[in-house]
Ligand binder design. Structure first.
Ligand SMILES: *Cc1c(COP(=O)(O)O)cnc(C)c1O
Length: 413
């Protein structure tokens, strides 16, 4: 058996995996789209389910030998339907972006009009941004946030919708610290006869755990990743009303994909089961309260936050008043063991590859069991690094303190 072990088959890759495991343990993970998947999910992803082809859906496959795969996929769908309270769930999208593309393929022809939140305002590439296939092959109209308070401008959304008559409206965000008001989007979509797709990639764990309002009852289609706040495998899912079941299923397979990733499907089933437990509701609430504590302490250190705080798991820092570009800050923080990403802020005058902000979030640290006192400490460390990004003395000292903290909050395994 040992002869087949990764370390002897490919020591170079084995070493990097080991080092990455160590890095994930010894640093504070603040990237809001990242998390530590449930260990049981990791086990399913590395299982024999990897070795099976299952094109089609349970009971209607194009390959034989589906006795066990069908059970797994049905369980995943049933659990999601119950957890979110939806009519239908498709767990086959390979990730969040293909899930969204399947929605376009289900309802639009090339050149048809779609509306989505622009990338600089916190939207995702797949909501019609120019460099994405969704902006290149469709007529994408982008709405934004208000200049005064950086919140989604519903007057603009309504005006653009009336003017452009989109067939599809996307709502949902990737760098927005406030509650997404699905009810208001639904009203606008209804008025112009558009299909409303809510992309809850970042917040599906919060929605499942009752810490963010649900799009169910407002959106026709709900898409999500499964690996962010949901703590499942890297994957995607689409949920919808009965009416759209057929269109969505056909768009995913055979429209866009071949065989589903069955290990991932099992991982989604496991995550859905664990997300239905009372502990997960506590987790989701703690993610949000940790983000609020982190935001409050950053502000009291004098750091400007976009929208002046947060309602969810995410905080967007505008570092212009600190005179430090986002990238410089993110790289210095990384040297101190605090890992985040640089990010544009609304109406940013700097380029996307060298923007004015950093984006942080609490899903992963909350998974490790951290709470208010750790958030306060973290904000103070961040402030010190941001004020002196080139001071190796500061980054080295904080790196040592970060590692000591990490040892008290081991990653789940
Ligand atoms: C992360 C994200 C996606 C894309 O997910 P991938 O799995 O990276 O393809 C889509 N939409 C939103 C809003 C996201 O945040």
């Amino acid at each position: 058996m040992t002869d087949h072990a990764l370390a002897s088959v490919d020591p170079k890759i084995a070493k990097q995996i080991l080092l990455e495991e160590e890095r994930q343990h010894r640093t504070l993970r603040l990237i809001p789209s990242e998390n530590y998947a449930f260990p049981a999910v990791m086990e399913a992803c590395g299982s024999v389910l990897n070795n099976k082809y299952s094109e089609g859906y349970a009971g209607k496959r194009y390959y034989e030998g589906q006795q066990h795969i069908d059970v797994v996929e049905k369980l995943a769908c049933q659990r999601l339907k119950k957890l979110f309270g939806v009519d239908h769930a498709n767990v086959q999208p390979y990730s969040g972006s293909p899930a969204n593309l399947a929605v376009y393929f289900a309802f639009l022809k090339p050149g048809d009009t779609v509306m989505g939140l622009g990338l600089p305002s916190g939207g995702h590439l797949t909501h019609g941004w120019g460099v994405s296939i969704t902006g290149a092959y469709f007529n994408a109209v982008q709405y934004g946030v208000r200049e005064s308070d950086h919140r989604i401008d519903f007057d603009e959304v309504a005006k653009l919708a009336k003017e452009h008559k989109p067939k599809l409206i996307f709502c949902g965000t990737t760098a927005y610290a406030r509650t997404v008001e699905f009810d208001r989007f639904a009203e606008i979509a209804r008025d112009v006869g558009a299909i409303l797709a809510a992309d809850i990639a970042h917040i599906s764990g919060l929605v499942a755990g009752g810490a963010h309002p649900t799009p169910v009852g407002h959106a026709d289609i709900i898409t999500s990743t499964t690996h962010k706040t949901f703590r499942g495998p890297r994957g995607g899912m689409i949920m919808c009303t009965k009416e759209h079941k057929k269109a969505i299923d056909r768009a995913v397979f055979p429209g866009l994909q071949g065989g589903p990733h069955n290990g991932t499907t099992a991982g989604i089933a496991i995550a859905a089961r664990l997300a239905s437990k009372p502990e997960f509701r506590t987790y989701a609430a703690n993610v949000v309260s940790n983000a609020k504590h982190l935001a409050d302490e950053l502000m009291s250190q004098g750091i400007t936050l976009v929208t002046g705080g947060t309602d969810n798991h995410l905080v967007l820092c505008d570092l212009r008043s600190c005179n430090v570009p986002g990238k410089v800050a993110a790289q210095a923080l990384d040297r101190a063991g605090i890992v985040c990403n640089y990010n544009s802020v609304p109406f940013d005058t700097r380029k996307p590859f060298d923007p004015s902000g950093i984006r942080i979030g609490t899903p992963a640290l909350t998974t490790r069991g951290m709470g208010k006192s750790e958030m306060v400490q973290l904000a103070r460390w961040m402030n010190e690094v941001i004020r002196a990004p080139d001071d190796v003395g500061v980054t080295d000292r904080i790196r040592g303190e970060v590692e000591a903290l990490c040892d008290s909050f081991p990653v789940p395994r």
